[in-house]
Design a protein around this ligand. Structure first.
Ligand SMILES: Cc1cc2nc3c(=O)[nH]c(=O)nc-3n(C[C@H](O)[C@H](O)[C@H](O)COP(=O)(O)OP(=O)(O)OC[C@H]3O[C@@H](n4cnc5c(N)ncnc54)[C@H](O)[C@@H]3O)c2cc1C
Length: 399
């Protein structure tokens, strides 16, 4: 078995069990108490962005958790950031409108030059600058990222960019966008992963000057958009790292993203499960609590067991990441298991609530819809399985 991308059995990392970061969890919960179900329902109805919620998180410094202290952030480990996102969702709030501000900057932090870091990171840490948009997915090439069609051609001290992105979430609520584009045509590179580059695009200047953003109406209120790029001028100083190495830089950030998203799933699952259990205890039909029936309690017990297992995988992946160890397989597996466990918890909570699960005022249907996304984004389940099959089990590449 080829275990080159997973933790070796002798990997010495510390895995926190029980309530890790209790003070952090407590602070997050206190903020979330100010944003009850009605707040999120109202936003859902209006398809609006939770500006006040994101501002409250920013003010408390949570979104700058991963930015080193020298750039104005809190310099916390990834596990702490994961706990913040988990608690937000476990409180019934939704972390996704804010989560990207935490981790998109990782590409800039790891691969940007000092001038770029000084220019952007302090503003991102304070929330003055919103870096929440990540333009990778394209309508015609989807999961086959290296085939993306957006082209950036150097002309003097600028690149001229043309192309289209889809599902670029929060682009209308972001000052900056991390953009992946091809700088060397596919035919002129040895490996398809070469010739792609990453740019930090200033959307404040670009909107109406080469970039047009259109919202997509979707199953969930995710503020996601289509981005049309036509003759956009991007200054050479906004290229991150080396030209042609962008795919590698993006991959570097994906482990963090997967671990954080997996932790959000666990949070959602915990909230949904609690709602299901509370309702199963309270609701009396046939003169007894519905939770007394094994047909109602067993799915809840199973959902709990699966969430606990997913949580352990999230902790292991984060511990490896924080120890600087290879964690590609662990991050992917954490996201796979957490997304499936959460979906089970969501469906079980909905079923437990009977007809009331469909009533908006219970918030179950909203969280049920939100829990579904994790099996598709940021990477779909099949692509995770293909990765594990190839890179962990050593099976032939299937795509
Ligand atoms: C709400 C939402 C928000 C998003 N936010 C962002 C964002 O901010 N930035 C961004 O860049 N992207 C974003 N995405 C895009 C997301 O990452 C993609 O939707 C996802 O990666 C899948 O790509 P696709 O939709 O093109 O599906 P496709 O690649 O067309 O795949 C369709 C289906 O076929 C399966 N499939 C494809 N190829 C194979 C294969 N070889 N073997 C087995 N199965 C296969 C997939 O698993 C999937 O189930 C978002 C998507 C959504 C829905």
């Amino acid at each position: 078995m080829n275990r080159r991308d997973t933790a070796s059995p002798d990997t010495a990392v510390t895995l926190a069990l029980g309530e890790d970061y209790p003070e952090l969890r407590h602070s997050v919960r206190r903020i979330c108490e100010g944003f009850p179900g009605e707040y999120w329902r109202d936003l859902d109805d209006k398809r609006a962005y939770p500006t006040e919620f994101v501002q409250a998180l920013t003010k408390s410094g949570f979104l700058g958790a991963l930015i080193p202290e020298e750039y104005g952030g809190a310099g916390l480990p990834l596990r702490a950031a994961a706990v913040i996102l988990e608690e937000i969702n476990a409180s019934g709030c939704t972390a996704s409108p804010a989560h990207a501000q935490m981790y998109i900057m990782g590409t800039l932090l790891r691969h940007g030059n000092e001038k770029q870091k000084q220019r952007y990171l302090p503003g991102i840490a304070s929330g003055e600058l919103r870096l929440q948009a990540f333009g990778v997915t394209e309508p015609t090439t989807g999961s086959d990222t290296t085939q993306l069609k957006t082209r950036a051609v150097r002309q003097g001290d600028h690149y001229i960019v043309n192309g289209q992105k889809v599902w670029t979430s929060r682009a209308l609520h972001s000052d900056l966008m991390l953009l992946l584009a091809r700088t060397t045509p596919r035919e002129q590179v040895k490996k398809r992963t070469e010739g792609l580059s990453v740019f930090l695009v200033d959307l404040r200047k670009a909107k109406g000057n080469g970039i047009e953003i259109r919202p997509i109406k979707a199953l969930i209120n995710h503020n996601t958009t289509e981005v049309f790029i036509e003759n956009l001028k991007v200054p050479v100083e906004d290229l991150i790292g080396e030209e042609g190495q962008g795919f590698r830089y993006i991959l570097d950030g994906m482990n963090a993203e997967r671990i954080l998203v997996a932790s959000e799933c666990v949070g959602d699952g915990r909230w949904l499960l609690k709602k299901g259990v509370d309702y199963a205890n309270e609701r009396r039909v046939f003169e007894r609590p519905i939770g007394q029936n094994q047909g109602v309690q067993f799915p809840l017990a199973r959902a709990y067991a699966e969430l606990e297992a997913a949580d352990l995988m999230c902790r292991r992946a984060a511990a490896l990441f924080d120890a600087g160890r290879p964690c590609g397989a662990d991050a992917n597996i954490a996201k796979l298991l957490a997304s499936e466990a959460t979906w089970k918890a969501a469906d079980t909570a909905l079923q437990t609530h009977g007809g009331f699960g469909f009533a908006q005022e219970y918030d179950i249907e909203r969280k049920w819809r939100e829990a579904r996304i994790y099996q598709t984004a940021p990477i779909s389940t099949n692509l995770v399985l293909a990765y594990v099959a190839q890179h962990v089990l050593g099976l032939p590449r299937s795509y």
